[in-house]
Design a binder for this molecule. Sequence first.
Ligand SMILES: Nc1ncnc2c1ncn2[C@@H]1O[C@H](COP(=O)(O)OP(=O)(O)OP(=O)(O)O)[C@@H](O)[C@H]1O
Ligand SMILES: [Mg+2]
Length: 222
Amino acid sequence: MSKLVLQARQLTKVFSSPSGPLEVLRGVDLEVAAGVSVSIRGASGSGKTTLLQLLGGLDVPDRGKVEVLDGDVMVSPARRLGKAQGFVFQNYQLMPELNALENVALAAKIAGKSDAQARQAAEELLQQVGLAERRTHLPAKLSGGECQRVALARALVNQPALLLADEPTGNLDERTAEEVMQLLLSLVAARGLALVLVTHSVEFASRTQQRYVLSGGVLVPA
Ligand SMILES: Nc1ncnc2c1ncn2[C@@H]1O[C@H](COP(=O)(O)OP(=O)(O)OP(=O)(O)O)[C@@H](O)[C@H]1O
Ligand SMILES: [Mg+2]
């Protein structure tokens, strides 16, 4: 079996709510091997975003453990934010005061590249997502599909081995969603990345190699 890039064991997450503790995740296990694409579907409120945030190290579980590959060893994802794992969110999460190029370059700078290296890496990525001509535009001057292409470039600029995408086409019309999903899947395949894709679309999920549904706080093979 090929090398794992992500391993989650027995993740639980409980939120407090006015009606008492809300146990959103009840022991989620997930292993993702290098280069493998995985989709997660599930009803609204089933905990998909909560799970993805734990997998990416943006939040911590109450119990259980997440590890991502860092070179040859597995480490906590919080230590590898933006490097071992890239993120794409439903609402793009671009910095409104930075143009497309600056948004992508910022991620590279945070990861330790010099200004010149970051700019060059950002230029290359924007080219690959078909936005070279729009690189000086602010997010407000870009369409939703273009914003998500910028976000995809940002997620890939530090050459992660794993892409985590939370309903990346959820805010887009059907045709744009198809274009963005095709681009995302083709970049993932071309770079041999592992992918965890949260989506409501059965059709998009069918294009991933392993499919799960999050139900009752655990992952069930779909
Ligand atoms: N920080 C928080 N504090 C309290 N409750 C939370 C918090 N974050 C999420 N929840 C609750 O946890 C549950 C799961 O939320 P989550 O956003 O993970 O669902 P989801 O599957 O991503 O839904 P959607 O498909 O609508 O995006 C929901 O009931 C939500 O209200
Ligand atoms: Mg969600």
